[in-house]
Design a binder for this molecule. Sequence first.
Ligand SMILES: Nc1ncnc2c1ncn2[C@@H]1O[C@H](COP(=O)(O)OP(=O)(O)O[C@H]2O[C@H](CO)[C@@H](O)[C@H](O)[C@H]2O)[C@@H](O)[C@H]1O
Length: 234
Amino acid sequence: MLKSFAALALRRLRSSDAINCHGQQLSQITKIWFTPLPKDSKWIAPCQMHYVENGKEKIRDIVKLYDGVLVVVYNISRKKLVYVRQFRPAVYHGILAGNTLEIPKEEVDLMHFPPELGVTLEPCAGVVDKTKSLADIASEEVREECGYHVPADKMERIFEFRSGVGASSAALTFFYCEVCDEQKVSDGGGTGDEAIQVVELSIDEAKTLVQKGATLNSGPGTIIGTLWFLCNKI
Ligand SMILES: Nc1ncnc2c1ncn2[C@@H]1O[C@H](COP(=O)(O)OP(=O)(O)O[C@H]2O[C@H](CO)[C@@H](O)[C@H](O)[C@H]2O)[C@@H](O)[C@H]1O
């Protein structure tokens, strides 16, 4: 059952992936296994919330995450939208587990569940885990991930929304910036051991991400950012 779900996800991914590759190599993932979350996770804090609503006691299992920033980046020199492509462990796990809460007990068979299942195409984004302004963090992420220098005061704040709402709700703030080729200062790709590919899509290519029948394994930021651009900048 899980294998057939993964095979379907892979077929969909491959059929929608042609525009995303641009011949770049993805990072090599050679081994995957899972363990339960340690109690002292630096990134996720699960808890149970108890409350009384209309006289009835209720319980919700929730997960606290850090807030994030996302940036729609548009290269005006070449009329391209700039996205990032990367392996997302949470997406891979979500596809592997299917609609269950199981933690796989054994090392994953990568022949049946190739790592590319977890590769997403997203706007540039970063976690708010430091005491800097959101615009400063957005500027840093655009430089580190996409390789463009954009000062924080050129980051246009678009809107803020919350990721999830059923079991988690981080505040996500979207920015927009326009860049030109002269602002390119590096290839991007992230810092440290981050393995991020920069992918630039024409407006017609970006439209296919949100057209009827599209299937993405990327998060809501890809859809929201692309639709915002198409509604407001075209
Ligand atoms: N769960 C986790 N476990 C272990 N290490 C972790 C971790 N999350 C982050 N890290 C560490 O922090 C580094 C930086 O993360 P990023 O700033 O790139 O945020 P990310 O893009 O994952 O999420 C951003 O983009 C996504 C997608 O839009 C938003 O949902 C999110 O709020 C925003 O921060 C990672 O390379 C990793 O080392």
